[in-house]
Structure formats: C-alpha cells, structure tokens
Design a protein. Sequence first.
Length: 224
Amino acid sequence: MKNIKVALVTEAGNGLGIKFASILGDAGYKTIIAAESQSLEVMNKEDIGDIEIVEVDLTKKESVVKIYAYIKTYFGQLDVLVNNAEIGTGFGQKIEALNIREMKQLYDENFFSVISLVQTLLPLLKKSENSNIINITSPMGDIDNMEDDNFVYANYQMTAYATAKAALNMYTVLQAREFQSTNIGISGFDPIRMKNCTHNDVQLCTAVKKEFLELLEQKKVPIS
C-alpha cells in the first residue's frame, strides 16, 4: 500500500461525509468514512464506489483506537483527517429549555471527539510527509455573524451547537500554532455558502470544492 495517500472522513449525520470523501477520492486519495450508527445504516444502502466505511463511536476512546489500529495495519500513515461528524440539537431553545445533559452529549460529539481523534491519530499523521487536518465548522460558530441581526441564522437559538462550533474554531487556531513547525497542517473549513444552502441539503459547488482541496496543498515543515 505504499505511495497511497489515505484520507479519513468522520460522519455522524450532517450528510457531508460522502461528499467530502468523494472529493478526496477524485483527487487520488484512498478514502475511508468513519460513520456512526444511523449514518452507517444510510451509507450502507447507497452506492459509494471505492469509498470504504468503518463503524465508529467517536465519543468512545476504545472505538477511536480501533480506527487507529486499522489504518496503521493496512496503510501505515494518514494524510488527511476531515473532522466532519456533528449533531445538531436544541433548535429554538432559550435558557429555560436548555438541557445540560443534552448539551454535554453534543459537546462530546462535536468538540471533544475531535480532540480525542487528533490525539489518537497523531502518530499516523506524523508518518505522512505532508498531512492535513480539516475541522468542519459552521457560520454559527462565528461571534460576529451571531451578533449581526441580518445573519440568516442569528435567531436560530441553537446554543449548544453554536458554542461548540465556536470552541472548535478556537481549538483549531491554538492547534495550528502548536503544529507550526511540523509536517501537519490544521484548518477550519465552512462548506456552507448561503446561495448553495437549503434547510435540507448542502450542495458543494465547484468553488467550495476547489477551496477545500486548496487546503490540502499547503506545504508544512517536516518533523526532524
């Protein structure tokens, strides 16, 4: 399996996993989707070509370790990690309706699982000459957006989701600083462009695909 570039995309329900995996597949990557429960069931019914699907619970360390072992055994390295898995709950919930337990579950999925996955897969990312982590974010995680009354999602009142995405954005910035002198790049990427977005689907237009692939072309300093 030498000289094969390997990409792992996580998916937990936003429907973008296959789209990102397909883009990477077309760009020459061996693509693997780490899918959770319902997403796994949906994908198993679809024709996804050469994309490989593995079952995972991203909130469970032992499950993430199995993904590490699988990639290490069959490929030896990881070139791209796309942290796309997310859940979105609590639409319209104001303070009296917030359920702390549900918020913690969302943070486990949308934020803490990203850190856990990066920690676990770091040795495989270091094996690549030029590896990239792309954290899929949201315009709702941008404070400037949410303070703008004209922003389309400003009044969605998805406190858990929006704050988890804001936390992910900050983590990405801090992790990028840590990775500055390594072979690993990390970026946040918002695939939602308002003219391409409906409430039920996200179409990744050519410009968005191009922007996504350009993130993978950034060259880093190899680890000595």
